[in-house]
Design a protein around this ligand. Structure first.
Ligand SMILES: Cc1cc2nc3c(=O)[nH]c(=O)nc-3n(C[C@H](O)[C@H](O)[C@H](O)COP(=O)(O)OP(=O)(O)OC[C@H]3O[C@@H](n4cnc5c(N)ncnc54)[C@H](O)[C@@H]3O)c2cc1C
Length: 469
């Protein structure tokens, strides 16, 4: 029977392995750490549920609902409280609700009249057609004006990438925005006209996609996939070397008693860019992956704090608040976790999840938990009227959180393409290549499983890759 090595037990690797196994292929998932889920980690403690990594999954593709169905996890899906739809952006040290309609936009105190006019004029700004790669900051200033960058996009970019808008590439990090300009000549026109095209492709725009979690947090998804994979998952198995053989690939990894080896027909790498850079890959003519270590991954700390409801003056009725750098706070933003989903805090308490670090304040992320809690409480006191000491604290440090798709990232994607095409049976998938969100990672895992299965079992009667829901 054909066998496939899947390196990485994050959501990409587990999705890929799950669908490969359903196609009748034997898989082995090699995971360096002692747990599955990668960046996803939900911790239930003292009646609180802390998400140490991602908080919500956006259903931007039908493949996501399909995965839940195929893994039998649909009944555990948890949709957010519809009353928690509002998103806040901080301006002049106050969280202000982001407008959800044109009249709302015209009357919001979030932007000056001049900024509103700059946005209304956007359809008349000439599209740039010279093919030069731009940062998201340059792109937004050119199309929507400086104020929109400083008071909205800067905060959004921190919320998604923990990144720097002056460095992130619009073409690499926000390809859909670049496409809207290229196809429709305007973001606003594209937003309206592009809806029809997305519908045809079965896609949903990120700002309209339903977001969700699970009854016990996002960890339910990797745990469910891990359960289906059973003994195919090897924990504490860090792969250090791949060697091309006449039959496929030899995988060298740290086993229970030192280094071990296994033979596979194909290898799917679903780890991180910096760990891929450190892999030794022996195959004639294959390029050196080492330059991938140059990709920036700023550190981020997630700080989950519980408070008594009466100690938080703000109603926290919404998704959370984003904080632009110009406002000079130390936290990047806060998710109102217990407003979003039930059962995230004991009765009479609230859970607030804040992020610290990123490209804005990388030096703060590694502070000791007590210090992080102190500075977060100081910021939350000003922003949400938080008083008193937290009733719950859970801190998690991501030393290398999210790959920054900065200007020039294309050369790393070219290297990834070269790594794949210069040999056979080696596949690369995941957040460092196909988009950084959970949804992107799931789609990446589904697609790579399809490519591998097609290559290894081209004449197997093509069983359906995904079952019907
Ligand atoms: C703080 C934070 C908040 C986020 N919030 C959101 C959010 O709300 N919504 C959203 O959609 N996305 C969010 N993301 C992004 C999302 O979590 C990730 O993009 C996604 O989880 C990536 O999954 P992955 O499987 O590709 O990689 P990872 O989760 O990084 O998993 C890779 C795995 O591969 C293993 N590995 C690597 N190399 C080897 C090797 N050589 N041998 C064996 N194992 C190896 C690693 O140990 C790791 O477990 C967030 C990310 C972070 C860090």
């Amino acid at each position: 029977m054909n066998s496939v090595a899947v390196i990485g037990g994050g959501i990409t690797g587990l999705t890929a392995a799950f669908y490969l196994q359903r196609r009748g292929l034997r898989v082995a998932v090699y995971e360096a750490s002692s747990r599955i889920g990668g960046a996803i980690q939900s911790v239930r403690q003292d009646g609180y549920l802390a998400e140490c990594g991602p908080n919500t999954l956006l259903e931007t593709s039908p493949l996501i609902g399909q995965l839940l169905h195929d893994a039998g996890l649909t009944p555990r899906r948890l949709d957010p409280d519809p009353r928690a739809a509002a998103r806040y952006v901080v301006r002049d040290r106050r969280p202000l609700a982001m407008p959800g309609s044109v009249p709302g936009f015209m009357t919001t105190p979030l932007f000056s009249l001049a900024a509103k006019f700059a946005v209304l004029k956007e359809p008349f700004v000439a599209a740039r057609r010279d093919g030069v790669e731009e940062s998201i900051a340059e792109f937004v200033v050119r199309r929507l004006g400086r104020e929109f960058l400083d008071h909205a996009i800067d905060a959004l970019v921190s919320g998604i990438y923990a990144g720097d808008p002056a460095r992130l590439s619009v073409q690499q990090a926000f390809p859909k925005l670049a496409q809207l300009e290229a196809t429709y000549g305007s973001l606003i026109r594209g937003q309206i006209l592009g809806g029809r095209d997305r519908k045809k492709r079965g896609e949903v725009a990120k700002d309209r996609a339903p977001k969700f979690s699970f009854d016990e947090g996002l960890q339910v998804l990797p745990d469910g996939l891990g359960k289906s994979l059973g003994g195919a998952v090897l924990l504490g198995a860090a792969v250090s070397r791949l060697t091309k053989t006449s039959a496929g690939w030899r995988v060298e990894y740290s086993g229970r008693s030192g280094t071990a080896q296994a033979e596979h027909q194909a290898v799917v790498y679903c780890g991180t860019a910096f760990q891929l850079a450190a892999l030794t890959i022996d195959s004639p003519g294959i390029p050196n992956p080492a330059p991938l270590s140059e990709i920036r991954h700023p550190p981020v700390a997630s700080l989950v704090l519980g408070f008594r409801r009466e100690d938080v003056a703000h109603p926290c009725a919404g998704f959370g608040m984003l904080i632009p750098g110009i406002e000079k706070f130390r936290i990047l933003g806060t998710i109102f976790s217990s407003s979003l989903f039930p059962n995230r805090a004991p009765a009479g308490h609230v859970t607030l999840t804040s992020y610290i670090g990123g490209e804005r304040h990388p030096e703060l992320a590694a502070l000791p938990p007590d210090e992080l809690s102190r500075i977060t409480c100081e910021d939350l006191k000003v922003l949400l009227g938080v008083r008193g000491r937290p009733t719950f604290t859970h801190c998690f440090f991501h030393p290398k959180a999210i790959p920054q798709y900065n200007v020039g990232y294309g050369r790393y994607r070219d290297l990834m393409n070269d790594l794949e095409s210069s040999t056979s049976g080696l596949y690369l998938a995941g957040h460092y290549r196909d988009g950084i969100s959970l949804a992107d990672s799931i789609v990446s895992g589904c697609k790579v499983a399809g490519r591998v299965a097609q290559a290894l079992t081209p004449n197997d009667g093509n069983p359906p890759e995904f079952s019907k829901p």
